[in-house]
Design a protein around this ligand. Structure first.
Ligand code: SF4
Length: 277
């Protein structure tokens, strides 16, 4: 299989999955395109929650202050529809569609309660495609594509914001190491240099009984942009040579829909390839 012909671009989530989550999961999903055995409820939940926050952000951009009850009702509707769309969804212990609906509605209300009325919503869902240019000025074959959740102006500064739902509060230092701010601030430096966007913020809501809203602001240097491109080069090598392996001591196996294929991986990679063809 000519893997480079399958992948025409990078995205933050693709690069992060390959390098930091599990290269074998990346290959099953994005290269061999196996059908997953199930979808984790947390992924379905994240999609519905994200779409609800998009509505909240669009409302704010239009100068409307969204009401918590409207946003919560929207979440419930989107969540039920998402479950229908996703088909085989696997819930964690003590979770079902109803408990997660209540959870999502409570998280949505938490976001609205914590909204800064002084913050100006400039853009929502901005898509991008930029070249990955190394220190020598050479562009990699595949560009970086993606979508920014929103761009806000707060206290006179423009900040890229990404929304996250999380099982628990983020540990200190997570935002500093994350590849997403590096990717998005690199993109902004190429696409919008005149706007001098230096900061990226994660707006995180916890999936706890009483949701907590927290913001993690972070910045990146040009040196880190070069590091990103260097990582993308390594990723291209991994894909070209199909150097994929299971990361089964990580945190991601429980929600992975490729557990059956993973168990068989060592027996015959050739068989896996033929199944994917
Ligand atoms: S089950 Fe775990 S190790 Fe196997 S592909 Fe999925 S995430 Fe990777």
């Amino acid at each position: 299989m000519n893997s480079t012909s399958v992948r025409e671009h990078w995205s933050y989530s693709s690069l992060n999955q390959l390098l930091n989550i599990c290269s074998l999961q990346w290959a099953f999903q994005r290269l061999y395109r196996l059908t997953p055995e199930f979808k984790s409820a947390s992924l379905s939940f994240g999609s519905a929650f994200h779409r609800t926050l998009e509505w909240v952000a669009h409302s704010r951009k239009e100068g409307i202050t969204p009401k918590a009850k409207d946003a919560s009702a929207l979440f419930d509707d989107l969540w039920r529809r998402q479950l229908e769309e996703d088909g085989e969804v696997r819930f964690a212990d003590e979770e079902d569609a109803d408990t997660l609906s209540i959870q999502g509605q409570s998280m949505t209300a938490c976001v609205i309660a914590n909204a800064d009325p002084e913050e100006r919503m400039l853009e929502v869902n901005r898509t991008f495609c930029v070249p990955l240019v190394d220190a020598a000025g050479e562009a990699l074959e595949k560009p970086m594509v993606g979508e920014m959740d929103c761009l806000v102006e707060t206290r006179g500064e423009k900040v890229i914001v990404d929304w996250k739902s999380s099982a628990k509060r983020w540990p200190a230092g997570k935002a500093i190491k994350d590849l997403q701010p590096t990717t998005y601030l690199y993109t902004a430096s190429l696409l919008m240099p005149e706007q001098h966007i230096r900061s990226f913020r994660f707006d995180v809501v916890t999936k706890t009984k009483t949701p907590v809203f927290e913001q993690h602001l972070t910045m990146r240097s040009p040196e880190q942009f070069q590091r990103l491109v260097a990582l993308a080069k390594i990723a291209e090598q991994l894909v070209q040579h199909e150097l994929f392996y299971p990361a089964e001591q990580g945190f991601y196996c429980g929600g992975c829909g490729f557990q059956g294929a993973c168990r068989a991986w060592q027996r015959s990679q050739t068989r896996t390839l033929s199944l994917a063809a």
